[in-house]
Design a protein around this ligand. Structure first.
Ligand code: GLA
Length: 669
């Protein structure tokens, strides 16, 4: 079957999901060196644009209409988003009629926008907000319905936008007739300028022509990647592509890693906080991509965090750069206008990680002590120079660190760390070790550490849980035995690690690290089909991973018999790139083997690559496999691994019909 995907899967380069990269770069010498950028000298977008765009929540669906846009504008005011800095309410594709009128003018869709665009602009302006619109630097827009693009109509379309009161234009790249991108985008820049109206110009050519190298004087922002999707793998892939481009960003010319997915439901709140932290430290445009009319309190709390927004909107306009990234533990730092540093300790991995740096590595001047502000917990501490934390799986600790003569007014920082596996079999005890370390210039007093699990779990300390004093660098180490009651169903359970202490001035303080314990099922002895075993986690790019059938379509359970090159298999896993399926093997297994390939259901399309990971090591991989190729046997030695992951990447091109089969996949333990 040939099958048309949601349109965002058509093209685009998406890289591999990996457990971690190895690279270290000095803060002020990022991976690429940018020429001095000549930004558009029009005073617009001096900080990254903030606002809303409907695309990620509605795509082209009918709910994208005047009622929605007005409702969003209302909520910007009511929910404090305007107050937090969000200004632009932007329309994406599908606002127009498919045909221009007899005069060549664009016509708003009369069903979606019965009063026209000017009426919507007037309404949005009446709230003190701004209106954005969308078209393509091609003959048609990107939606398969093909709405009119502006190629050859740049001056008249720009005039129309200005007459309607538009303040922002997102200019896409579809149906561009192969014409030079620089030329197409410069023409629209000139056309917008000719209107005399200040209009933010957002270049959306997905990084295909490296706009960071030439667009500083063309647009105010440029997309650096293909479209984001509401998944951890997509967000992570995009962040990794955008991070090295730090030298190219600055006031009036920003890298755009695409709009936010916060609140759309495909990631956990921890992951959404990472997404928002990363976008902010990268000085990315903050365009809300969920529907504020349906947003939860948790979503508003993330999007409305003014301390995080202040990192994004800092007037110095630096994009944070990677200070270190090893084994999925990232330190990203951003110089701020006041001389402080924003620091993201970002944990890419699926288990808690200790991530550490120092004030010296951050480039801060020598001082007796520094203040360390936690921008998600809204708490301030003092540190003698260590900047470190245990970061939950997929989480980010976002800090602002500064030499501060008033540091002594703040309690000392205490770092909590944990060693040992949080994957546990019900009924069998697991041993963990926690450490509480004094980082402050002053000592933490009356320190007490607790570890708490869900009701019914046994969590017993095997050594001291208190210390009278923890001066700089001193640690309290505690061993714990954790047992989930026999019969506990497999799944995720919350664990809380907490240190309570007093500062020298008597202020009581608490440091809390939320953790997740995963109850897993022991792998069966002998050889079993992976399609029949419980997995810990299964991520797939288009619909869920399917057991013993192909991926099929987007729905669960809609796969067909796994078929590669005409050979049908009764067992296996059917997934879609990007995919990552994780099994608990408890150090008791030896081999994984499968016949891998692109399923015949994609017609002539699809190209993917397969990887098998044993904990943090990639132990087997294929090259790129296409639909034209027969199944390839893949075998991996997984001895000693606690976790095994079956990963499918897009094979280096974009994601399109990437239906991948792990046919006959077997695990031997
Ligand atoms: C492209 C863009 C998206 C969105 C759609 C609309 O894919 O990259 O952000 O605007 O077009 O069709």
């Amino acid at each position: 079957m040939r099958h048309l995907h949601t349109r965002t899967t058509r093209r685009r380069v998406v890289g591999a999901i990996t457990a971690g990269l190895m690279c270290t770069a000095a803060l002020v010498v990022p991976a690429a060196t940018a020429p001095p950028a000549r930004a558009l000298d029009d005073g617009l977008a001096r900080t990254p644009p903030m606002g809303f765009n409907n695309w990620n929540s509605t795509y082209c669906r009918a709910e994208f209409n005047e009622t929605m846009i007005k409702g969003v504008a209302d909520l910007f005011v009511e929910k404090g988003l305007k107050d937090a800095g969000y200004r632009y309410v932007n329309l994406d594709d599908c606002w127009a009629k498919p045909q221009r009128d007899a005069d060549g003018k664009l016509v708003p869709d009369p069903v979606r926008f019965p009063h026209g665009i000017k009426a919507v602009a007037d309404y949005v302006h009446s709230k003190g907000l701004k209106l954005g619109i969308y078209t393509s630097a091609g003959t048609k827009t990107c939606d398969p319905n093909g709405f009119p693009g502006a190629l050859g109509h740049e001056y008249s379309d720009a005039r129309q936008f200005a007459d309607w009161g538009v303040d922002y234009l997102k200019y896409d790249n579809c149906n561009n007739q192969g014409l030079d991108a620089r030329q197409r985008y410069r023409t629209m820049r000139d056309a917008l300028k000719a209107t005399g109206r200040p209009i933010v110009f957002s270049i959306c050519e997905w990084g295909e022509n490296k706009p960071w190298e030439w667009a500083a004087d063309v647009g105010h922002l440029w997309r650096t990647t293909g479209d984001i999707r509401d998944s951890w793998a997509s967000m992570l892939t995009i962040a990794k592509k955008n991070l090295p481009l730090a030298p190219y960003a600055g006031p009036g010319h920003w890298n755009d890693p695409d709009m936010l997915e916060v609140g759309n439901g495909g990631m956990t709140d921890t992951e959404y906080r990472s997404h928002f932290s990363l976008w902010s430290i990268m000085a990315a445009p903050l365009l809300i991509g969920s529907d504020p009319r349906k947003a939860s309190d948790a979503t508003f709390t993330i999007l409305g965090n003014k301390e995080v927004i202040a990192v994004d909107q800092d007037p110095l306009g630096r994009q944070g750069s990677v200070l270190s990234s090893e084994g999925g533990r990232w330190v990203i730092a951003k110089e701020m206008a006041d001389g402080s540093r924003a620091v993201a300790l970002f944990n890419e991995t699926a288990s808690p990680q200790r991530i550490a740096t120092t004030t010296a590595a951050l480039g801060l001047p020598d001082a007796d002590a520094y203040t360390l502000r936690d921008l998600w917990q809204h708490r301030t501490y003092n540190t003698a120079g260590a900047v470190s934390a245990t970061v939950p799986a997929h989480g980010t600790v976002l800090l602002r660190v500064a030499p501060d003569p008033r540091w002594a007014a703040q309690p000392p920082a205490v770092e909590l760390a944990l060693k040992g596996s949080l994957f546990t079999e019900a009924g069998s005890p697991a041993v963990l070790t926690t450490t509480a370390t004094g980082l402050g210039r002053t000592a933490a007093r009356d320190v007490s550490v607790t570890l708490t699990g869900p009701g019914g779990w046994s969590v017993r300390p095997g050594s001291a849980t208190t210390a009278a004093s923890l001066p700089t660098g001193r640690a309290l180490r505690t061993t714990w035995t954790l047992t989930a009651p026999a019969g506990t169903p497999d799944g995720s359970y919350p664990l809380t690690l907490k240190a309570s202490y007093r500062s020298p001035t008597g202020v009581s303080t608490e440091n809390v690290v939320p953790l997740t314990a995963t109850v897993v099922v022991a792998p069966p002895a002998g050889t079993s089909y992976l399609g029949d075993l419980p997995w810990v986690f299964a991520g797939s790019g288009f619909g869920p991973a399917e057991r013993n059938t192909s991926n099929g379509g987007k729905a669960a359970g809609d796969g067909r018999p796994i078929t590669i090159g005409g050979v049908v298999y009764g067992k296996g896993l059917g997934v879609h790139a990007l995919s990552d399926v994780m099994y608990y093997t408890g150090r008791r297994c030896t081999t994984v083997r499968a016949d891998v390939g692109v399923d015949d259901e994609t017609g002539a399309k699809g190209s993917v690559a397969f990887e098998i990971w044993a904990d943090d090591n990639r132990v087997a991989a294929t090259g790129t496999l296409t639909n034209a190729m027969p199944a390839q046997p893949l075998t991996a030695d997984v001895r000693g691994a606690e976790l095994v992951r079956l990963v499918v990447t897009d094979g280096g091109d974009f994601i399109d019909s990437d239906h991948a089969d792990w046919a006959d996949a077997r695990l031997t333990c």
